[in-house]
Design a binder for this molecule. Structure first.
Ligand code: NAD
Length: 304
């Protein structure tokens, strides 16, 4: 069955360039009405113009689709609220939000100014929070919402020179986990994308023959699946060069250390057992961990 977005209203942030543009074009081509958001600045978040978003809107309209351009800075909650109000004023609802806008201010942690740390957190984390918060009540009222947060392999696995970016991108996973739990009863699905693509963000990092394989358009089919009606929730989807993979976070079975062994030396002695992957599991919530610890400790001590 083909995946369509007729009568769905979507907001894609940072959709004037790179991945966001591809997501917006893909949604519009399958029937969605799209708010193409982009503040139109440089890669480091300076400057700004509506040109990038308007160009994408023109492309969507030329192909027979419906779209409006919006220049809200996602880090500015008031501008974001005005953007959501515009979308609702125009089309009456918001079904899909793809949080994609992003900037880079790379430096080693030793050289990184706190102002550059904040700026990156502001755009990636608070930008995502602002946009998600601005659509959340609407999605709850509609009993329908599909949200994507854009993380990065830098955030999940680490990358030299990206402490600010990695911290903000790892925060997407925590945000997704809670929004998934809280959105469940209102049919709001929340997923996280970890893309790898040739865009202005990565153009200096890899040789041209590698970049050729990493066209941004190769990511969007995965994103469209995530925001589709029957798409999953709480998935971290890696995507790049036409390859998709899911990231899982597992916790080991663990080991109970009785009081005499519950010392730094005891932990050191048992560390191989503590970290043994045999029987590791993916937990569905914080209290699942607490519950496991309590029942394991109780069982070891014969407490019922
Ligand atoms: P890009 O620079 O081509 O696009 C990002 C867009 O976001 C730009 O058009 C920019 O104007 C817009 N933007 C930046 N700050 C904004 C703000 N405050 N408000 C509104 N718009 C804003 O980069 P891209 O590679 O397409 O990145 C898209 C997303 O994917 C980002 O979140 C990025 O961190 C993430 N990502 C990209 C890669 C990759 O390999 N390209 C890897 C991991 C994660």
């Amino acid at each position: 069955m083909s995946i369509r977005f007729d009568d769905r209203v979507a907001i894609v942030t940072g959709a004037g360039n790179g991945l966001g543009r591809e997501h917006a074009l893909g949604l519009a081509a399958r029937g969605a009405k799209v708010v193409v958001n982009d503040f139109g600045g440089a890669r480091d978040g300076t400057g700004g113009s509506s040109e990038a978003a308007e160009k994408v809107v023109a492309q969507i309209k030329a192909a027979g689709g419906e779209a409006i351009a919006d220049g809200a800075d996602v880090a500015n909650a008031e501008q974001v609220k005005a953007m959501v109000d515009r979308a609702k004023g125009q089309w009456g609802r918001v079904d899909i939000l793809i949080n994609n806008a992003g900037i880079l201010r790379d430096k080693t942690f030793a050289k990184l100014d706190i102002a550059d740390f904040w700026k990156v957190v502001d755009v990636h984390l608070m930008g995502t929070v602002n946009c998600t918060k601005a659509v959340w009540d609407t999605m709850r009222e509609q009993n329908y919402g599909r949200i994507v947060l854009t993380s990065s392999s830098s955030g999940i696995y680490g990358n030299f020179g990206q402490a600010n970016y990695a911290a903000a991108k790892a925060a997407m996973v925590g945000l997704m986990n809670v929004l998934h739990i809280e959105g469940q009863k209102n049919n709001i699905h929340v997923n996280t994308l970890a893309p790898a693509a040739a865009t202005r963000m990565t153009e200096e990092l890899m040789p041209p023959e590698v970049l050729k394989l990493l066209e941004p358009g190769k990511i969007s089919p995965g994103v469209l699946f995530l925001v589709s009606e029957n798409g999953p929730s709480r998935v971290i989807l890696g995507a790049g060069a036409g390859v998709y993979a899911q990231t899982h976070i597992y916790e080991t079975e663990g080991a109970y250390l009785p009081p005499a062994e519950n010392t730094p030396e005891g932990v050191a002695a048992q560390f191989a057992r503590i970290s043994d992957p045999a029987g590791q599991r993916e937990l569905q919530g914080a209290f699942e961990q607490t519950g496991h610890f309590v029942s394991k400790a109780a069982a070891a001590q014969g407490i019922k």
